[in-house]
Design a protein around this ligand. Structure first.
Ligand SMILES: Nc1ncnc2c1ncn2[C@@H]1O[C@H](COP(=O)(O)OP(=O)(O)OP(=O)(O)O)[C@@H](O)[C@H]1O
Ligand SMILES: [Mg+2]
Length: 299
């Protein structure tokens, strides 16, 4: 199974490319899409789910254009949009039956799948409740459930865990991992730990351009020797942080411990190299402007 994207470009306003010549081939497994606000993640997802027209480029599913496939493509696709456009007057159950009908699922299949999906997202108790009365996290879960209708081969989830409490987030992360076998799953998120351990590859997107794409472990390995922890006196920490990208700052007793990114080992007495995490990778690629000097002088 292959979803092949070539030279996909989208401009909403002339001269500003929300997505710029994006090319990539997705195969079975989970892909994490990371990037700051406005990077083009949702634009890419809207294009992949055929909800938006590209200016140029093409998307092929197993060698055939998704436009040509039309309904056939929609049948293998599950898409959870970022915006919570739900019908407030619908009960959860009615909403899922409605979405199943739109997807072309027959009543029997819908009847089999819907109760299971409600259970999967932990909403079985809310089957008869109106969506308008759902909390933000419940709406997210309802949207995840509809994306899984029809046992799709391609699942596109735009910030699936936004607004979920930690317990639900972990549950949904495990669920995504479980359903990913023999499927293409693409997840956009700002919650880096959500994909750190489940993604086969992470795509870093900035200004509509792919900056990197590798396995999380490989991205972290590239940062070896660039992440340090410095422990210093309270009076020293601003010096330590100055002009550096700081990924964490904690007070431990009388000391302040700073986790920072640096091309060279910082020249402080109590400094040690740390194992890079995907969050460090994110900061390295996207937060050069957040070097601490800039943050402090901006206060
Ligand atoms: N419907 C639209 N009309 C005009 N411009 C748009 C539209 N949708 C997105 N854009 C612009 O395209 C760029 C990419 O937006 P997109 O929503 O794809 O980013 P994103 O990575 O999903 O961001 P976020 O993390 O905030 O969800 C941004 O500059 C945004 O302002
Ligand atoms: Mg988005």
């Amino acid at each position: 199974m292959e979803l092949e994207v070539s030279n996909l470009t989208k401009e909403y306003h002339k001269g500003i490319k929300a997505l710029d010549s994006f090319s990539f081939t997705f195969t079975e497994g989970i892909y994490g899409l990371l990037g700051p606000n406005g990077a083009g993640k949702s634009t890419l997802m809207n294009l992949l789910s055929d909800n938006l027209e590209a200016d140029s480029g093409e998307i092929l599913f197993d060698g055939r254009g998704i436009k040509e496939l039309g309904k056939e493509y929609r049948r293998v696709l599950g898409y959870m949009p970022q915006q919570q456009g739900l019908y407030p007057g619908f009960t959860l159950e009615r909403f899922l039956y409605y979405m199943a009908a739109l997807k072309g699922l027959d009543k029997k299949k819908a009847g089999e799948q819907i109760p299971k999906l409600m259970k999967l997202v932990n909403l079985q108790e809310a089957a008869g409740k109106k969506l308008g009365a759902f909390s933000g996290g419940m709406k997210q879960r309802a949207l995840i459930a509809q994306a899984l209708l029809g046992e799709p081969q391609i699942i596109i989830l735009d910030e699936p865990t936004a607004g979920l409490d930690p317990k639900e987030r972990i549950r949904i992360r495990n669920l995504i991992s479980e359903i990913s076998f023999h499927r293409i799953v693409i997840i956009a998120t700002h919650v880096v730990p959500d994909i750190e351990f489940i993604a086969k590859e992470v795509i870093l997107l900035k200004n509509g351009v792919m900056e990197a794409c590798e396995a999380p472990a490989a991205l972290c390995a590239e940062m070896t020797g660039k992440v340090f922890e410095v422990c210093c006196q309270e009076t020293e920490w601003e010096n330590v942080c100055e002009n550096r990208v700081v990924s964490n700052l904690t007070k431990q007793g009388n000391q302040v411990c700073v986790r920072l990114l640096s091309e060279e080992k910082p020249d402080f007495p109590d400094v040690r190299e740390a194992a890079p995490s995907l969050e460090d990778v994110y900061l390295y690629y996207f937060d050069e402007e957040a070097a601490y000097g800039a943050v402090v002088s901006g206060i």
